[in-house]
Design a protein around this ligand. Structure first.
Ligand SMILES: Cc1cc2nc3c(=O)[nH]c(=O)nc-3n(C[C@H](O)[C@H](O)[C@H](O)COP(=O)(O)O)c2cc1C
Length: 161
């Protein structure tokens, strides 16, 4: 089983989480490639068995580049294949989503789109917290991403079994 992690980033926070997920999955013996969504023309997604997508939350949803990439994720290729989604967002955003009972998160919106393509969500989304409009990541979020990837590796191994 080989997967691909595709992320968007403007200020490097989402990239840092994507790199952490990649390193941790590899350390758990899961084969995975990592790409910036801006390099996506080079990727043949049908070479992969699972998909992990990450985007900064911008105005309550995913970035334009990630939305555009999702349009290329064809259900003919990806039906029943596993996925996970992550984003970076502010703690206030998480609180507002909770109070208003409405999702303002890039990762939740990505997950909705991938489920519409009949893909299989392996874990609840990871919302990595950042301070302000450019970050940095809140202390402890890189470690939380490592924990997330460890859980994801277990789920992927169950899928393979
Ligand atoms: C134009 C713009 C809109 C943003 N909108 C939101 C938002 O709606 N909710 C939120 O939590 N963070 C918002 N942010 C903060 C980003 O989510 C945060 O900067 C993110 O970590 C950026 O990721 P990056 O470093 O990978 O580019 C916004 C940032 C920018 C620049």
């Amino acid at each position: 089983m080989k997967g691909v992690i595709i992320y968007d980033t403007s200020h490097g926070n989402t990239k840092k989480i994507a790199e952490t997920l990649t390193e941790t999955l590899k350390a758990s013996e899961i084969d995975v490639d990592l790409f910036d969504v801006k390099e996506v023309k080079k990727i043949s997604t049908s070479d992969y068995n699972f998909l992990v997508l990450g985007s900064p939350t911008k105005f309550g949803t995913m970035s334009f580049a990630m939305k555009s990439f999702l349009g290329k994720v064809k259900s003919e290729v990806w039906t029943d294949k596993p996925f996970a989604a992550f984003d970076t967002e502010n703690p206030e955003n998480v609180e507002q989503s909770r109070i208003q009972n409405k999702e303002w998160s890039a990762a939740e919106k990505i997950a909705i789109k991938l489920k519409e393509k009949n893909m299989k969500q392996l874990l609840p989304v990871l919302k990595a917290l950042v301070l302000g409009w450019k970050g940095p990541l809140v202390d402890g979020e890189v470690d939380r991403a490592k924990g997330y990837a460890t859980q994801l590796a277990s789920k992927l191994k169950e899928e393979e079994a």
